[in-house]
Design a protein around this ligand. Structure first.
Ligand SMILES: C[S@@+](CC[C@H](N)C(=O)[O-])C[C@H]1O[C@@H](n2cnc3c(N)ncnc32)[C@H](O)[C@@H]1O
Length: 223
């Protein structure tokens, strides 16, 4: 796997993957996208009715979503069970070049948590205060998802144009089953085909503005 560090418009950087010919975040702002799509539309939404939250992340990648969720949960008195999946872990040599903590006001221990999330062993549960964390070294498509387990799914796969197989009925039907009733899936993607697929599975869709220059994002709620 080879990567390039790519700047984004909010000053935070991201990775470009040669294997996928894609960046890990929007080039219009990595931190901005992560906060807008996953924390504000997903975590904040489910934490209004429950302070004990189970999250499934599709794609650990740079660890940005996980790190921001860790910080947010500790600052806001949430107890979070965070499960993330990743088939192609990124080496420390690469993650150490990411500058997220320079673009988010954070304490030294919050800053250190970024490296810690990467350093922790795979396929084992770790408890960091009220943040319980497990990284599965697994394929999204082959993973067996337990029914009614999650309050929120951060669906942060590469775009349908890059990995169309991750935006299809079989995987999304299984993810729908893995959500608790009232839970939601959030993603930066708002393609018409994908929204129709989500509706056909049974989701109710909330039209939301996307981050930065994107007009829309998707929050899909399990009734
Ligand atoms: C858009 S990136 C995720 C960005 C990440 N959420 C972050 O905060 O940096 C998509 C991730 O999915 C991973 N991936 C691609 N195909 C996969 C598969 N079939 N199973 C598991 N991980 C996969 C890639 O290696 C990449 O890390």
């Amino acid at each position: 796997m080879s990567y390039r560090i790519e700047p984004t418009s909010d000053g935070s950087n991201t990775l470009y993957s040669n294997l996928f010919d894609a960046t890990y975040h929007s080039i219009f702002g990595a931190i901005e996208e992560s906060i807008h799509v996953f924390l504000a539309a997903g975590l904040d939404y489910v934490s209004k009715r429950n302070k004990h939250i189970s999250i499934l992340e599709i794609g650990f990648g740079t660890g940005l979503n996980a790190w921001l969720t860790y910080i947010h949960s500790l600052r806001n008195g949430l107890s979070v069970n965070y499960s993330t999946l990743e088939l192609y872990p990124v080496d420390k040599e690469i993650t150490s070049q990411l500058n997220f903590h320079d673009h988010l006001p954070c304490t030294e221990s919050e800053k250190d948590a970024f490296d810690l999330l990467h350093a922790l062993s795979w396929d084992e549960k770790h408890l960091l205060d009220t943040f319980s964390f497990i990284k599965h070294h697994e394929d999204f498509v082959k993973m067996e998802y337990t029914p009614s387990q999650f309050d929120c799914i951060y669906f942060d796969a590469f775009a349908p144009s890059t990995q169309p197989e991750l935006w299809e009925l079989d995987l999304h039907t299984r993810l729908y089953k893995a959500l608790k009733p009232g839970g939601c899936l959030v993603t930066y993607c708002a393609k018409g085909d994908f929204k129709r697929l989500l509706k056909s599975i049974g989701y109710m869709l909330d039209p939301l503005n996307g981050p930065n220059r994107k007009h829309e994002m998707t929050r899909a709620i399990k009734a």
